[in-house]
Design a protein around this ligand. Structure first.
Ligand code: MET
Ligand SMILES: [Zn+2]
Length: 770
C-alpha cells in the first residue's frame, strides 16, 4: 500500500518575486491586466510543476492569489460591500480596491480592514457581511484553476477556505447600518452553504475527485455550538457533490474536544497539525479509529524554515499507521507553505553548513514526498541517511553554540526581573533629573525614512558609500531631527532611527545567533513581503548597538533624549525561532542582550529608554488556556531587559496593538514608567481597562493616526485628548504623542502634525495647571 504525500498550499510570490513585481507594476499603471494575468498563469503552472517535480502526490490548486485567499473567497462568493459593488471598476480593480483601497479618477474607496491570520504574520482581508449579503458564484476561480492545471497535465486538489471559518473571521459590515453591533456573521451560514455546495458540484463536474476545505478556526476557542453547524454543513456538501472526497484541514493548533464531533463528519479525511500541536495525535487517533476517516498528518512544518527531522516524523507516522492501517494515512505539510520562502536555491550567501539546516517551501515539498515514500517501503535510505547527518550536525552546532549565554541565563536571580523601587519612588528620582511639564510631549521614535536615507543605506551596503561617509550622513539626519524637535518645543526627544532598516532586523544583525537570507521573502499582506531573521543559536550582544546614535543625539541638546530599542518579544515574534529550545529561552537570551544595551544607554546619560513591544499581543496563543504561560515569560523577558537601571532612568514601552482589556494584568506587570499606546482610531476605548484596573504609571495614548499623510488639526487632537482625560479621570500623568513611529511619513506632514500636537499639550497645561 502506498502512502500519499500532500502539500496544503504554496507561496504565491514566485521564486524571483515575479508576482509581486507584476502586481505592483499593474497598480502603477505600467502593465495592463492581461500582462498581469499572464504572469500569474505562468507562476501557477510553475508552482504545480515544482510540486510535481518534488514527487508530491496531492498538489493544491486555487490557493494561488494576487492579493489574499480570503479576499478571493469574498470575490467568488460575492461578499462585496455595496461601496465596492457600486463603484465603476473592472472586476480586477474592484478586487484590488477591496484589498488596498482605490483613489483614482474620482473614485475614492477605503480598503477593507486587515487582520492577522491566526497567530501568523500574514494578514487577511476581513470579510464585511451583512443581512444584505447575497451569496452567489461571482466567479469560478477555484474551477478555472483546477482546469488550468488539468490542461497542463496535473491533477490537483482544489483548496477552499471553509464556510464556517470564513464567516467566523468576518465582521458585520457598514452595509448592516445601525444593527451592525449585534449582527452575527455566522448567522449567514445557512445562506452560504447551498452556494458553496454549488461550487463543489462544479468542481466535481470539472473532474475533481478531492477537495481540501480549510477550517483552522477549529483550533480556537469558540462559544458557539459549532458541532451541529459543522454536521449540517458537511452533510449538505456530501449531498451536493457526492463524488468529491473532502479533506477537512485544521492547522496551527490542536482540536481539543472539537475532535469528538469532527471525527463524525461525513468527510473523507481529517488533516491535523503535528508541528504546532504534536500532543494531539493520541487523542485524534482514538477519535477517528472507529470511523472510516483518513488521517492526514501535518508533519512538515508550514511555519518554520527548519529541515524536517525524518526519524522523528517517521516514528510519529508509524504510530498512526499502526493504529489505522497504511491505507488511512496521508503525510502532509502542517499547513499551507505560504508562510515559508519559496526555495533555498536562491540563497548564495549562506554557508553550506548553514544551508544544510534549512528547508524552504520547495525543499519541504520534497520532504513530504520522501516521508511518504519511506512509509510506503520505497528505498529512500540515502535520503534518510543524509537527513540524519544534517540533523545531527545542526543539533551539535546548537548544543555547543554558546555555553556562556546559557550559564548567564541559568544564573539570573528573581531580583533581576524587578526595578529597584516601586513606581512612585522612581518617578520622584526621575523628576530630580528632569522636571518635565504636565502633558509632556514626545514621539514614538522614528522620523521619516526618506528616499535619501534608503538610498544612502543601499549605497553603503553596496560599498558605494564608505562607512565614514554613511555615518556622517546619519549624524546629519539625527541633527536635523533633534533641531526640529527643539524648534517646535518637544519635551523628550528621540534621535529618529535613521540608521534602522527594520526595527527587528537592525538588532538581529548586531547580535550573535541570527542568520539572514537574501531572498527568503514571506508574505505579510498583499504584495508586502518581509524577510524574517532566523535565530539559529544562542543570542548575545558582542558590542553596544545604539549607544553611539543616542549619545550623539544627546550631545546636541540639553533636553532629555529617549533611547530606542526593540523589545525581546517583538524581535523573537518577527523572526523564525529555533526549534530545539523553547521560545521562552530564546526570548530571555534576547532579554539579557538588551539588558546590557539598556544599562549602557543609561550609563551614557540617556534619561529615558523606550523598549518597544508592538508584537507582544500578536504572539498570544490561539487557545486562551495557553495565554498565561506565554504572557508570563513574555512579560518576564521585557522586565529582564529593562529592570537593570537605577530609579532615575525612565523606562518607556510602546504598543500599537490596542485592546488590552483581556491581558491587562500582564501589561500592568511590565511596570513601565511610561507606556505609549496607539489609540486614536479606538477613540480612547482601550483606556477603560487602564482606569478600571487602577493603573498608576504614566500613559501616552496616541493623539493621531500615523498611517495616513493627513495632518490632524489642533481642535481634532485636543478633542481626542479631552476624551482620553475623561476615560482616565484618576490618571495624573498623561503624555502627548502620536500613535506610533513616523517612519512611513514624509517630513511636511510630520512637521505640521507635530506642531499641532505640541499646541494641544500647551492648551491642556493651561487648562489644568499643576
Ligand atoms: C511598530 S512600533 C514602531 C516603534 C518604533 N520605535 C518606531 O517609532 O518606528
Ligand atoms: Zn507602533
Amino acid at each position: 500500500m502506498s502512502i500519499q504525500s500532500a502539500v496544503l498550499g504554496f507561496p504565491r510570490i514566485g521564486a524571483k518575486r515575479e508576482v509581486k513585481k507584476a502586481t505592483e507594476a499593474y497598480w502603477a499603471g505600467k502593465i495592463q491586466a492581461a500582462e498581469l494575468q499572464k504572469v500569474a498563469k505562468e507562476q501557477r503552472l510553475a508552482r504545480w510543476q515544482t510540486l510535481k517535480d518534488q514527487g508530491v502526490d496531492v498538489i493544491p490548486s486555487g490557493d494561488f492569489t494576487l492579493y489574499d485567499h480570503v479576499l478571493d473567497f469574498n470575490a467568488t462568493f460575492n461578499i462585496i460591500p455595496s461601496r465596492f459593488a457600486q463603484a465603476n471598476l473592472s472586476d480586477l480593480d474592484r478586487y484590488f480596491a477591496m484589498g488596498r483601497g482605490h483613489q483614482k479618477d474620482g473614485v475614492d474607496l477605503e480598503a477593507q480592514e486587515m487582520q492577522k491570520w491566526f497567530d501568523s504574520n500574514y494578514h487577511y482581508i476581513k470579510s464585511e457581511v451583512s443581512s444584505k449579503t447575497e451569496f452567489k458564484l461571482n466567479n469560478l476561480k477555484p474551477v478555472d484553476e483546477f482546469n488550468e492545471a488539468k490542461e497542463a497535465g496535473i491533477t490537483t486538489r482544489p483548496v477552499l477556505v471553509g464556510p464556517i471559518t470564513a464567516l467566523l473571521l468576518g465582521k458585520a459590515g457598514r452595509d448592516e447600518g445601525a444593527g451592525a453591533a449585534s449582527f452575527e456573521p455566522l448567522s449567514l451560514l445557512d445562506k452560504l452553504v447551498p452556494v458553496y455546495g454549488e461550487l463543489l458540484k462544479k468542481l466535481e463536474e470539472a473532474g475533481a475527485t478531492e477537495v481540501q476545505i480549510d477550517e483552522p478556526s477549529l483550533v480556537m476557542d469558540s462559544t458557539a455550538d459549532l458541532g451541529a453547524k459543522y454536521q449540517s454543513t458537511f452533510e449538505a456538501f456530501a449531498k451536493a457533490a457526492p463524488g468529491l472526497k473532502i479533506t477537512l484541514a485544521t492547522y496551527f493548533g490542536r482540536l481539543d474536544k472539537n475532535v469528538e464531533f469532527v471525527a463524525k463528519l461525513p468527510v473523507a479525511a481529517l488533516h491535523i497539525d503535528l508541528d504546532r500541536a504534536s500532543e494531539q495525535l493520541d487523542q485524534v487517533i482514538a477519535a477517528v479509529k472507529p470511523t472510516s476517516l483518513k488521517l492526514s498528518l501535518g508533519l512538515v512544518s508550514g511555519r518554520n524554515i527548519w529541515k524536517n527531522d525524518f526519524e522523528a516524523s517517521l516514528a510519529t507516522a508509524k504510530k498512526a499507521v499502526d493504529a489505522l492501517g497504511a491505507d488511512r494515512v496521508v503525510v502532509a505539510t502542517s499547513s499551507s507553505l505560504l508562510h515559508t520562502p519559496v526555495t533555498l536555491a536562491n540563497e548564495s550567501r549562506l554557508k553550506p553548513e548553514q544551508k544544510d539546516w534549512f528547508s524552504f517551501a520547495t525543499e519541504k515539498a520534497a520532504e513530504v514526498a520522501t516521508l511518504a515514500k519511506a512509509l510506503s517501503g520505497a528505498d529512500v535510505q540515502a535520503a534518510l541517511d543524509a537527513n540524519k547527518q544534517s540533523i545531527k550536525a545542526r543539533r551539535d552546532f546548537e548544543k555547543n553554540s554558546d555555553a556562556a549565554v546559557r550559564e548567564r541565563l541559568a544564573a539570573v536571580t528573581p531580583e533581576q526581573y524587578n526595578r529597584k523601587s516601586p513606581f512612585p519612588e522612581r518617578l520622584a528620582a526621575q523628576s530630580k533629573v528632569y522636571k518635565l511639564p504636565q502633558f509632556p510631549t514626545t514621539t514614538i521614535g522614528s522620523f521619516p525614512q526618506t528616499k535619501e536615507i534608503r538610498l544612502a543605506r543601499s549605497k553603503h551596503t553596496k560599498g558605494e558609500l564608505s562607512t565614514e561617509e554613511y555615518e556622517k550622513f546619519l549624524e546629519n539626519e539625527i541633527k536635523h531631527a533633534v533641531d526640529f524637535q527643539e524648534a517646535i518645543d518637544i519635551d523628550v526627544l528621540v534621535h529618529g532611527e535613521p540608521e534602522r532598516n527594520d526595527m527587528s532586523q537592525y538588532f538581529g544583525e548586531q547580535l550573535t545567533g541570527f542568520v539572514f537570507t537574501e531572498n527568503a521573502w514571506v508574505q505579510s499582506y498583499g504584495s508586502r513581503y518581509v524577510r524574517p531573521p532566523i535565530v539559529v543559536s544562542d543570542v548575545s550582544r558582542p558590542h553596544p548597538m545604539t549607544v553611539r546614535w543616542s549619545s550623539y543625539a544627546q550631545s546636541l541638546t540639553k533636553r532629555p533624549m529617549k533611547g530606542m530599542l526593540t523589545g525581546p518579544v517583538t524581535i523573537l515574534n518577527w523572526s523564525f525561532p529555533r526549534a530545539d529550545v523553547s521560545k521562552e529561552v530564546q526570548c530571555k537570551q534576547l532579554a539579557l542582550a538588551l539588558r546590557d544595551e539598556v544599562i549602557d544607554l543609561a550609563n551614557a546619560g540617556i534619561f529615558a529608554i523606550q523598549v518597544d513591544e508592538p508584537a507582544i499581543r500578536e504572539g498570544l496563543p490561539l487557545r486562551q488556556v495557553d495565554w498565561d504561560g506565554y504572557l508570563t515569560w513574555a512579560v518576564d523577558s521585557f522586565k529582564l531587559a529593562t529592570a537593570g537601571v537605577e530609579d532615575k532612568t525612565s523606562v518607556h514601552s510602546h504598543f500599537c496593538y490596542s485592546d488590552f482589556s483581556l491581558i491587562f494584568e500582564h501589561i500592568k506587570r511590565l511596570d513601565c514608567d511610561v507606556i505609549s499606546v496607539e489609540q486614536s482610531k479606538a477613540g480612547g476605548r482601550d483606556l477603560v481597562a487602564f482606569h478600571e484596573k487602577g493603573y498608576e504609571n504614566e500613559i501616552g495614548p496616541g493623539l493621531y493616526d500615523i498611517h495616513s499623510p493627513r495632518v490632524p488639526s489642533v481642535e481634532e487632537m485636543k478633542g481626542r485628548l479631552d476624551a482620553y482625560l475623561k476615560a482616565l479621570p484618576a490618571q495624573k500623568h498623561i503624555w502627548v504623542n502620536p500613535d506610533c513611529g513616523l517612519k512611513t511619513r514624509a517630513w511636511p506632514e510630520t512637521e505640521q502634525s507635530l506642531k499641532n500636537m505640541v499646541e494641544v499639550a500647551k492648551l491642556a497645561r493651561a487648562e489644568r495647571p499643576e
